[in-house]
Structures are given as C-alpha cells and as structure tokens.
Design a protein around this ligand. Structure first.
Ligand SMILES: O=P(O)(O)O[C@H]1O[C@H](CO)[C@@H](O)[C@H]1O
Ligand SMILES: [Mn+2]
Ligand SMILES: [Mn+2]
Length: 399
C-alpha cells in the first residue's frame, strides 16, 4: 500500500497571488510580495557565497513553479532540468495565516471572516483584558498592542519580570499572543492561562491564542520552543480526518497537532526544525503502509520571515534543501512526497506580517511535469487520491 508525506515549508511563498492587493503589511498592499524571488534576488545581487542554491527543490520543480506563479524567471533557479511533478497553488480563504493555509491545503477553506484586533493601543477590549487579569491573578497586562514578538519581549521583558504582568500582543493575523518568562512567571502557568482563555477568544472568531514563553535576562531574552498555539478547530473534517476515517494512521510532525486541534491526528512529535527533520527521516523509514505523515517546518516563518532576515531565510532554505534530498532518496516505491507552503512571509517586505502569495506544490513519486496553476484544496485531493481514501473536498488530484 502507498504512503504519503505532506511537508509544509511555513511561509515559502512564490508571489503572484491574484488577490494580493486585498492584504496588507504596515498599511501597504501585498501586491508584488514574493518570498522566494526576493530572497533569490538578494542572494544573486549581494554575492554572498553565490546565488541561492536549492538543487533538490529545483529538481522537483521549484523554479518552474515560481516562474509559473508570476511569469518571471528566478535568478539561478529556473534553468535546471525538472524530474518531479509541480504546480503553483492559490488560496481562497480570507486570511493569510497558518491555520487558514493548512486547513485549506487539507481540503477545507475557511468559510468565515476572522476577527482582528485594531492596530491601536489599547488593542484589546477592556472586558477581555479584565478576564486575562482574572485568569492570571494579576492587576494588569503589558503590551496591549500590535507588535513583533522578539521586539516586545526586548522592550517589556524586564518590566514583566518586575511586575509579573503577562505581555499580551497581536498582529495582522487573528491572534492573541501572551509572552511570559519561563522562570519568573512559569511555563505551565502560561500554558494554563492560554488554554483557559482560548474558548472565549475562539467564540469571538479569533483564530488562536499563542503562548510565547521566553528565558534569559534583560538585554538578552530568548524565546523557547515551548510555544503552543491554541487554535479554533477546523470548520469541517479535513484530509487528516478523511485518512484517519479510512482506518489509516496520521502522524503529525511540528505544529500540525496545534493547527488541527489534534483532530484526525494520531500522534505528534515537536521540536526545533532540525529535530523535526530527524523525525521525518525516521518516519520515512518507519511509517506504516497507507499512512499520512504531515510535517510543518515553522522556522522559515518564525525566525526569518517575521524578522525580515533575508540571509537567515536563504540559509534556512539551503539547509532544508540539503536535508530533503536525503528524504527523497529514502522514499520507497509507491510513496508520494508533497512539499508546499501555507502563505508567504517576504523578508524584503514592509511590516513584519505574512504576505499573500501563491505557494509551490512539489511532488516526488507522482510522475513528472507541470500540473499548472491550481488551488490549495487540490493538495488534499492529490494526497487522498494517492492513498486511495475518499476526497470529501472540492479539489482535484494533481497526479
Ligand atoms: O512576531 P511573532 O511573535 O513571531 O508573531 C508572529 O507569529 C504569529 C503567529 O504565526 C503571527 O501572527 C505573528 O504575529
Ligand atoms: Mn504559517
Ligand atoms: Mn507566522
């Protein structure tokens, strides 16, 4: 029986979203945002140690998919021979966030408009702030604004340690984020606060409460990998449920369990991206016949895209490319590997939020050639067709 490995490179967009003008960063539209192209361009122009070098992803069709998305060739990525099957996918959900992207890739576009907090201070309604204080047992909160998570702990971390007040902030996404120090506030206490608060936020159609634990001392704070996303459940059964419902195993690697509220997922392993890649290697070796392994690599987004760090993003892509070559080589006959992304996060763009973009769909074990422009839901249809489980969505298989 065949197996499927679905890998999301979080935020590795390829530009060209038809509705990019309806999405914004720091008040400016996302029209023209292109995560991969702007990284490739910067590498080509700045020389670095040479142009962006992604031989394995290019062999699967990354350069060709990027060219199809925008009709522009990418420096150094477009000319190598392609031996995989590839496409460029557009999203229809009204959000450019991680749950929207993953749910739609899993066959279920978001049918509602998310609630967003206004970009003003205070960003949160007084009754919500009062509830956070009640649950946290504090007299107040810090932040109460739109912010970059690394900047806000640098700015308010010392005050947080002195007062014990949680740092609450949001972004252009439908999120309520709480940063707190693992030693002075406590990670368990932070997770309980987020868990207890989540139902109230979900009822407001805020997609996620996100815990942002950190360690260190004033002037030298670091976020830890104990972040957890308390997400609203998907609006309908997804690919994970379709596969599980057919009696097959679904293995989550990374944030997948959080994103799907564990619905349709048998087990999850978490950690830094390097650990997740080790788990993916292990699962390619061990996963059962008929199973789905669904992996999210978040560091492209969290460490480089939101931080607008072009060279860090380029190095992360090159690291990923090297390691995924080993995964491709270890696939068995009958396996399908699909590598895609959930939205863009152009590190050359204004602001610090995601960018609305098309994403690549790169397949090993699914034949060769172009599957053309497609929809996010076609990814779910492709995996379902490959595994021979019913497709309960509206997508068409790209195989
Ligand atoms: O700046 P940090 O804390 O990384 O937050 C980013 O991560 C959130 C969740 O992906 C986004 O909404 C954005 O706010
Ligand atoms: Mn994401
Ligand atoms: Mn993000």
């Amino acid at each position: 029986m065949s197996r499927a490995f679905l890998v999301v490179m979080d935020s590795v967009g390829i530009g060209g979203a038809p509705d990019a003008g309806s999405f914004f960063n720091a008040g400016l539209p996302d029209t023209g945002a292109n995560t991969l192209a702007h990284i490739a361009q910067a590498c080509a122009e700045q020389g670095r140690s040479g142009p962006l070098h992604l031989p394995n992803l290019v062999r699967l069709g990354l350069g060709a998919a990027a060219e199809l998305a925008t009709q522009d060739a990418l420096p150094g990525l477009g000319d190598a021979p392609v031996s995989g099957r590839w496409a460029a996918a557009a999203e229809v959900s009204p959000g450019k966030d991680t749950p929207s992207g993953h749910w739609e890739l899993a066959g279920v576009p978001v049918p509602w408009d998310w609630t967003y907090f206004p970009n003003e201070t205070p960003a949160f309604p007084a009754d919500l702030t009062a509830e956070v204080c009640r649950l946290a047992g504090t007299d107040g909160i810090l932040g109460n604004c739109h912010a970059s998570g690394t900047n806000i702990i640098a700015d308010l971390g010392a005050e947080h340690m002195r007062t014990g007040w949680p740092i609450c902030y949001t972004s252009a996404d439908s999120v309520f984020q709480i940063a707190a120090h693992e030693d002075s506030f406590g990670n368990e206490r932070l997770q309980k606060l987020c868990r207890d608060l989540a139902p109230r936020l979900h009822a407001m159609r805020i997609g996620r409460v996100i815990s942002r634990p950190f360690t260190g001392r004033p002037g030298d704070f670091q976020r830890t990998t104990n972040r957890r996303d308390y997400s609203l459940a998907p609006p309908a059964p997804t690919l994970c449920d379709w596969v599980q419902g057919a009696g097959r195993s679904v293995h989550g690697v990374g944030k997948i369990g959080d994103i799907f509220s564990m619905q349709g997922i048998d087990d999850v392993v978490k950690g830094a991206d390097a650990d997740l890649m080790d788990h993916l290697d292990r699962l390619v070796d061990e996963a059962e016949d008929g199973s789905l392994t669904f992996t999210n690599f978040v560091e492209f987004d969290s460490l480089y895209g939101h931080r607008r760090d072009i060279s860090g993003y380029a190095s992360a892509l090159e690291w990923f490319d090297g390691r995924i070559g080993k995964v491709i080589a270890a696939l068995r006959p009958g396996d399908l590997l699909v590598i895609t992304a959930d939205h863009g996060n152009d590190p050359s763009w204004s602001g610090s939020d995601h960018t609305r973009e098309r994403v690549p769909v790169l397949m090993a074990g699914g034949g060769t050639g172009s599957a053309g422009l497609c929809d996010f839901v076609d990814v779910a249809a492709t995996v379902a067709a490959h595994l021979g489980v019913p497709n309960a969505g509206t997508g068409r298989s790209l195989l």
